[in-house]
Design a binder for this molecule. Structure first.
Ligand code: FMN
Length: 389
């Protein structure tokens, strides 16, 4: 293990951007596991658009400005954040690193940012809550059986969770063709090709072996059953009949901060406010759900116009650099969530890799603020962004 740890440290030293961490993750993970984190739905056009939108939006510099007193810190839902970034919910994280949820939770707490526990997490909620030092939020899919949903949020409440994020873009989980092709089954199943793939990635194999295949920690899984992909397993859990009435029902059940994740239509801002929600995550699930969906950055200004600062707006899907964060804040977001970026770090070096990814974001955001001419990240306005054709 000491040799493996040394290799991880070497890979981290060579990673200076989230793209570098992605390359390192690709070398570390078996193909089927890398494709699970890296891939999107169907043609992956939405996934590409998410990046293209960040490329199309460019920053203006107001230099010269005195930027010697700048800070990336911000406040969200009464919580202090070292930067306007939250590690978003990502299920099945133990595929990337043993007890991956705990590593994500610890790294987020150390960096002073929240971590959202996925409903598809592999560890027990109690263990993740401990690892996060009480800073974690919980993401929820409303289950077929509302009693199961009530059980989970009751447990979260008892453990001191204050923020719940309900995901609504997953009536059916997206068709992720890479997972179907690779046979990324739940639990893992083995063919000669998959065994050969794992043998080509001995670091991942040696770490994973003692822990066995990841199992859902917060969702029931019938013994002896298997599913063709993670999406298929998720399909068996989620109620596709969810509407605003159910979201209002959830509001009545949860006294803390309640956020709806997965809106893409600015027309949904009023229903969210009307239902008593405290925040919105504008998200296309990183291009993993509706292929052909708009990129989130492109609809952010319309959300900001509809929200008129009455409800905090979070945005995810495609955030890979500190300048991406600044662009999103300038166009009206209060903070960003990231999914794959920190998972690339997790895959490369566990908790240290997640911390490394967060460090890259913070360094790049600080640099962008200095060069654009900002001391406070919340002072970014649309005036610092130009859209190119
Ligand atoms: N979103 C959820 O609401 N619940 C989940 O369980 C969940 N699992 C995910 C698993 C993986 C491997 C990935 C990459 C994303 C997952 N997401 C889930 C979506 C993320 O929360 C987020 O919306 C998306 O990753 C943002 O795009 P980005 O990866 O480009 O940052």
């Amino acid at each position: 293990m000491a040799l493996l740890d040394a290799l991880c440290r070497r890979r981290l030293r060579a990673a200076h951007s989230i793209d570098d961490l992605r390359d390192a993750a690709r070398r570390t993970l078996p193909r089927m596991v890398f494709d699970y984190v890296d891939g999107g739905a169907q043609s992956e056009s939405t996934m590409r658009q998410n990046r293209a939108a960040f490329e199309r939006h460019r920053l203006l510099s107001a230099a010269p400005v005195d930027v010697s007193r700048r800070s990336t810190a911000t406040t969200l839902f009464g919580q202090s954040l070292a930067m306007p970034l939250i590690i978003g919910p990502t299920g099945y994280a133990s595929a990337f690193w043993p007890k991956g949820d705990l590593a994500l939770a610890r790294a987020a707490a150390a960096a002073g940012v929240p971590f959202v526990v996925s409903n598809g997490a592999n560890s027990r909620l109690k263990d993740i809550a401990e690892a996060s030092g009480g800073q974690a939020w919980l993401q929820l899919y409303i289950a077929h059986d509302k009693q199961a949903t009530l059980g989970l949020i009751g447990e979260a409440r008892a453990l001191g969770f204050e923020t719940l994020e309900v995901t609504v873009d997953t009536a059916l989980p997206g068709r992720r063709i890479r997972d179907i092709r690779n046979g990324f089954t739940v639990p893992y199943s083995w063919t000669p090709a998959k065994v050969a793939d794992v043998l080509r990635h001995p670091g991942w194999m040696l770490r994973a072996l003692p822990h066995g295949a990841p199992r859902p920690g917060l969702m029931p899984m019938e013994q002896g059953r298997s599913w063709a992909t993670v999406s298929e397993f998720v399909r068996s859990q989620i109620n596709p009949a969810i509407g605003w009435d159910d979201l209002k029902w959830l509001r009545d059940q949860w006294p803390g901060t309640l956020i709806v994740k997965g809106l893409l239509d600015p027309g949904q801002v009023e229903p969210a406010i009307g239902a008593g929600y405290d925040g919105i995550v504008i998200s296309n699930h990183g291009g993993r759900q509706l292929d052909g969906a708009v990129s989130t950055l492109d609809v952010l200004p319309d959300f900001a116009a509809a929200a008129k600062r009455r409800i905090p707006l979070l945005i995810d899907s495609g955030v890979r650099t500190g300048t991406d964060i600044l662009k999103a804040i300038a166009l009206g977001a209060n903070a960003v969530q990231v999914g794959r970026a920190t998972l690339y770090g997790l895959s490369t070096a566990g908790e240290a890799g997640v911390g490394h990814a967060l460090g890259i974001f913070r360094t790049e955001l600080d640099m962008a603020m200095a060069l654009v001419g900002l001391n406070r990240v919340a002072d970014a306005t649309p005036a610092i962004v130009r859209t190119i054709a």
